[in-house]
Design a protein around this ligand. Structure first.
Ligand code: FA5
Length: 354
C-alpha cells in the first residue's frame, strides 16, 4: 500500500518536473514533493506502524525515490537556469541603440577654443591674469593716472579690500596701498606678462571682465575680451594688420579686409579702432553692416612707451602692438545673434542650438 503511494509520488513528481517552466516552479515542486509537510514525509512517518519486513522494504524504496526526485529536480533547475542565462546573454545587434543625451561646450567656450587654436597655429602663447585685480595693473601701469579722465571710459566695480604691494612707479619701486577692482579689461594681462617675460613674444589673453553698466542688447556688465600683445624690436602697424587679417579670415573662413581709424586709448600711441569687411556682404553694403560695408571689432594700437616702462622695460627699446575686442560681439557676428544677453541667460533653448 505504502509502496504504491511512493511510486505514485515519484510519477507525479516526474510529470510535474516535466511541466516546470522556471527555476521558481522547480523550487515549489521541491517543497511540494519533498518538503516537511509533503505527502512523502507523511508516508515516512507512518513507517513506525508497519511490520519490520515492510519497514525495511518501504524504507529502501522511499530512500531511492527521494534521491531520484531530488536528482530530477536538481537537473531541471540546472537546465532552466542555463536557458535563463542564455536568454539574458543573447544580444540582438540589430536593435537601434538608445539615444544618449549628451552635453556640449557653451558657445562662448567653443569660440574661445577656436580663437586659441588659430593663434597658437600662428606661434602665439596663451596668457592669463587675475579677474580680481589691483588698481596698478588695471589702470596705473596702463598709463591711466588716478585723476585721468580716461578711467571714466570704463565703468568700474571697486572692491572694499585693499592690498599693500611694491610697484614700479617712474622707474623705481614704491610701496603702495592699492584699491582692488574687478578688472575692466583683459589689458591687465599685458602688464602681468611683461613683468615676468622679455621680448620678443606674442601672446593672446582671453578672459572674463566686468563693467558697472546697465545692459542692453549689445552691452553686458560681465563679458569676455580677447587681448593680443606682440612685442619685439621692430613690430609695426603693418604686422598688426597682417596678423588681424590672417586671424579674421581664418575665423570667418573667408577673405577679410581690415580698416583702421584713429582713436584714443591711454595705453597705446597711436591708437585706432579697427573694422573688418562685412562678413555677410563682403563690403558691398547690407543690413548687417547698416550699408557701411564694414563691421566694428575693437580697439588696438602701438604699445605706449609708458606701459613698457611701468612693466620694467627700458623706454624706447621695444615696439609692440596690442588689441582688445569683445568675444560675445564676435560670436554674435559669427552666428548672427541679435541680443548679447542670451549668452548668460541660461536658456537651454538658446544653448542647444550650438
Ligand atoms: C578696451 O577695453 C581696451 N582695453 C581694448 C584695447 C586693448 C585697446 C589693447 C587697445 C589696445 P573697449 O572699452 O573699447 O577697449 O572694449 C573693447 C571691446 O570690448 C569693444 O570693442 C567691444 O567689442 C567689447 N565691449 C566693450 N564694452 C562691452 C560691453 N558692455 N558688453 C559687451 N562687449 C563690450
Amino acid at each position: 500500500m505504502l509502496k504504491e503511494k511512493i511510486i505514485k509520488i515519484k510519477e507525479d513528481a516526474q510529470a510535474a518536473a516535466e511541466n516546470a517552466k522556471t527555476v521558481e516552479d522547480v523550487l515549489q515542486l521541491e517543497i511540494q514533493f519533498l518538503g516537511r509537510k509533503s505527502e512523502f514525509v507523511g508516508i515516512l512517518r507512518q513507517l513506525k506502524d508497519v511490520s519490520v519486513q515492510e519497514k525495511k522494504e518501504v524504507g529502501q524504496l522511499a530512500n531511492s525515490v527521494k534521491v531520484e526526485i531530488q536528482n530530477l529536480l536538481d537537473q531541471k533547475k540546472k537546465n532552466l537556469s542555463s536557458t535563463f542565462d542564455a536568454q539574458v546573454e543573447k544580444i540582438d545587434v540589430t536593435i537601434p541603440a538608445l539615444k544618449m543625451r549628451r552635453g556640449h561646450l557653451h558657445p562662448l567656450t567653443q569660440i574661445q577654443n577656436e580663437i586659441e587654436d588659430i593663434f597658437t597655429s600662428m606661434g602665439f602663447e596663451i596668457a592669463d591674469g587675475p579677474e580680481v585685480e589691483d588698481e596698478f595693473h588695471n589702470f596705473d601701469a596702463l598709463n591711466m593716472p588716478k585723476d585721468h579722465p580716461a578711467r571714466d571710459m570704463q565703468d568700474t566695480f571697486w572692491l572694499k579690500a585693499q592690498r599693500n604691494t611694491d610697484k614700479r612707479q617712474n622707474d623705481t619701486y614704491e610701496n603702495i596701498n592699492e584699491r582692488m577692482v574687478l578688472r575692466t579689461h583683459t589689458s591687465n594681462v599685458q602688464i602681468r606678462y611683461m613683468e615676468k617675460h622679455q621680448p620678443p613674444f606674442r601672446i593672446i589673453a582671453p578672459g572674463r571682465i566686468y563693467r558697472n553698466e546697465a545692459g542692453d542688447s549689445t552691452h553686458e556688465h560681465t563679458f569676455h575680451q580677447f587681448e593680443a600683445l606682440v612685442v619685439g624690436d621692430e613690430i609695426n602697424v603693418g604686422n598688426f594688420k597682417f596678423i588681424a587679417q590672417e586671424f579674421f579670415s581664418k575665423f570667418f573662413k573667408k577673405e577679410i579686409q581690415i580698416r583702421i581709424r584713429p582713436s584714443f586709448f591711454p595705453f597705446t600711441e597711436p591708437s585706432f579702432e579697427f573694422d573688418i569687411s562685412c562678413t555677410v556682404c563682403g563690403g558691398k553694403g547690407c543690413s548687417a553692416c547698416k550699408q557701411a560695408g564694414w563691421l566694428e571689432i575693437g580697439g588696438a594700437g602701438m604699445v605706449n612707451q609708458n606701459v613698457f616702462v611701468a612693466s620694467g622695460y627700458p623706454r624706447g627699446k621695444y615696439q609692440g602692438f596690442a588689441w582688445g575686442f569683445g568675444l560675445e560681439r564676435l560670436a554674435m557676428m559669427k552666428y548672427k545673434i541679435s541680443d548679447i544677453r542670451l549668452f548668460h541667460s541660461g536658456d537651454l533653448r538658446f544653448i542647444k542650438q550650438f
